[in-house]
Ligand binder design. Structure first.
Ligand code: PRX
Length: 573
């Protein structure tokens, strides 16, 4: 069937008027300074993101459910007041352990109530919060906990096992707080919570003080700690309101895990700051369960990712008819290119188009988006948020003519921009050049100012929306006793966007085999995480290298894709 390239919007078709009802006029009148009024600063000009997200709502919305958290055989429905008081208690638990402003406190938990309480409690003390994806293995944990010098880790009795063997390598990790019955010699989460007061004077923070940091991968080196401030909440509040279009009676569902930036910003801070009820699904994915959530909780706004949409599509449209999905009124997607088929599927199966948007761990909030009231050009990421200047530039930072591919850059100055890379000023500085912030993505802009994603400018892999650094995987691979060298690339994949493919050369005495491939896959899953293991492995006698011995991933990728390898003058032989 022929499909139009544009999904037209007419404001008179909306039963609930979008918060941003006209993109152009919102851009004209916009200033970040004016927008600060959406947020309650303390009278002394200081701020605390947890106060803005939760405490300020308690008087008016105290009994409103903040989260419906759905587990395999349990559910919890904490209200705004519950979350406010419990995070106060947790802040007191931390204070008892001498946590001070600026200390790093990490959370390694699944999607349970304690995850949300801890995150907000940490912010209240002025410490820097960070989350670790619950699928991480010991190597991934060690890199992040040691680089950050985390002082306290909050985990549960089963995940605690994964730090057992690395704990002696973490001298700065003073205490572990454990949710669950067998805390052993560590601190029992609920024992301490039950003893703690539910009153806490939140720390008044300078807007530019750090609030949280999240580790993310680049093309070289180990993951980097991207540091964000309390002031980010200005942009997080506003983008949630104008792009995700949350209204007070919405039931909102962000499917991202709080181990990643989307789960923090648009799963916790943004929706709470807007005073809405969110759904959290703590179970393993299944299309039936997901439809069931929309049906049972009458979800109105759904923010998800292309791989998840494709997984729903794979189940076919027969099952959609078994559920009442008519509560949905706005759909958004992030993290990977949103293919046109996914948009058409949304229109056919759910009666709505997914609205793609673009941002990064470093940007702290959405910068480019399709808005509810704006025509969607199918395949485009949309237009910059008001107050944000995005551009496509050449190697000198000069803006390119429309429809020309180049580097996607942003003019620094948006509120939620990272303020640093932990312990790595050089890396932070490398993001900025010619007056621009370089995203590392390639894009083009059309004559109406819509941005179109082209690809990464570097070797970073995007598998199912997870950003994976090839270096991290290669480092883990060469720890395997049979491996001499490894080169890792992202290989295009219809379901996951990209899968991880590893090229491996073996040490003398080891022979390629399917068993060895399987053993290597299991080895990496155990060290890093399920999403970071190479789904495909190819044995090679030699890997292409520069004369200085650096493995040329670019050459591996071209060979894999059957593309011309291009300039090989720096190759070893
Ligand atoms: O390459 C872009 C891709 O995801 C990267 C950012 O990943 P991360 O820091 O993990 O943040 C993910 C959540 C925002 C980007 O550099 N990306 C993000 N959004 C899109 C995208 N690629 C294509 N289309 C998008 N809408």
């Amino acid at each position: 069937m022929d499909r139009p390239d544009i999904v037209k919007k007419d404001i008179s078709d909306f039963t609930i008027k979008p918060n941003m009802d006209n993109y152009d006029s919102f851009c004209e009148d916009f200033s970040w300074d004016l927008m600060k009024k959406e947020i309650e600063f303390f009278v002394d000009g200081s701020i605390n993101a947890a106060h803005i997200a939760v405490d300020r709502h308690v008087q008016r919305l105290g009994d409103k459910v903040a989260f419906h958290i759905i587990g395999e055989d349990w559910e919890k429905h904490p209200t705004y007041k519950d979350i406010s008081l419990l995070s106060n208690k947790f802040a007191n638990v931390l204070k008892k352990q001498n946590i001070e402003k600026g200390d790093r406190v990490f959370i390694f938990l699944p999607r349970i109530e304690e995850m949300y309480i801890s995150f907000l409690g940490i912010l209240k003390t002025g410490a820097i919060a960070s989350t670790l994806f619950a699928a991480f293995g010991p190597d991934a944990l060690l890199d992040r906990l040691s680089d950050s010098g985390a002082k306290i880790l909050v985990t549960d009795s089963s995940l605690k096992e994964r730090i057992k063997d690395i704990r002696n390598q973490l001298p700065e990790l003073k205490k572990v707080i454990v949710v669950g019955d067998d805390a052993g010699d560590d601190i029992h989460f609920w024992d301490e919570m039950n003893k703690a007061s539910d009153k806490f004077d939140v720390e008044h923070m300078d807007p530019k003080d750090p609030a949280y940091m999240l580790y993310t991968s680049g093309t070289t080196g180990k993951p980097k700690g991207v540091v964000h401030t309390h002031y980010d909440i200005v942009q997080q509040h506003l983008t949630t309101k104008w792009i995700l279009d949350l209204h007070k009676d919405d039931v909102y569902w962000c499917t991202a895990d709080p181990g990643w930036v989307t789960g923090i910003v648009y799963g916790i801070l943004g929706p709470l700051s807007n005073g809405v009820t969110s759904v959290v699904d703590a179970r393993r994915f299944s299309a039936e369960k997901w439809y069931g959530i929309i049906n049972d909780y009458k979800v109105t706004v759904w923010y998800t990712a292309p791989t998840a949409i494709r997984m729903m599509m794979k189940e076919g449209s027969d099952i959609t008819s078994k559920y009442d999905l008519s509560s949905l009124r706005h759909l958004a997607s992030v993290g990977e290119p949103l293919n046109p088929e996914a948009i058409w599927w949304g229109i056919d199966s759910l009666g709505l188009a997914f609205h793609d948007n673009w941002w990064q761990t470093e940007t702290g909030g959405i910068l480019i988006a399709n808005y509810a009231s704006m025509n969607v050009k199918v395949g485009s990421m949309g237009r910059p948020f008001p107050g944000v200047k995005a551009a496509v530039v050449d190697e000198n930072g000069v803006e390119l003519p429309v429809n020309t591919e180049g580097d996607l850059v942003i003019m620094p100055g948006w509120p939620s921009m990272m303020i640093g890379i932990w312990n790595n000023k050089e890396k932070y500085d490398s993001y900025f050049n010619n007056g621009w912030y370089y995203s590392g993505d390639r894009a083009r802009m059309d004559d109406e100012g819509y941005f179109w994603f082209v690809g990464r400018a570097d070797d970073v892999i995007n598998s199912a929306g997870h950003r994976v650094g090839p270096f991290e995987v290669e480092s883990a691979l060469v720890e395997h006793p049979a491996i001499t060298e490894a080169g890792v690339i992202g290989k295009p994949d219809d379901m996951y966007g990209e899968i991880i493919k590893a090229f491996i050369s073996l040490k003398k005495g080891h022979e390629p085999s399917d068993e060895l491939k399987q053993e290597i896959k299991t080895f990496i899953k155990g060290k890093l995480a399920g999403h970071a293991y190479p789904k495909e492995i190819e044995f090679r006698d030699n890997l292409p290298k520069t004369r200085s011995g650096k493995i040329m991933r670019r050459v591996l990728k071209c060979q894999e894709m059957g593309l011309p390898v291009g300039d090989t003058s720096t190759l070893e032989d």
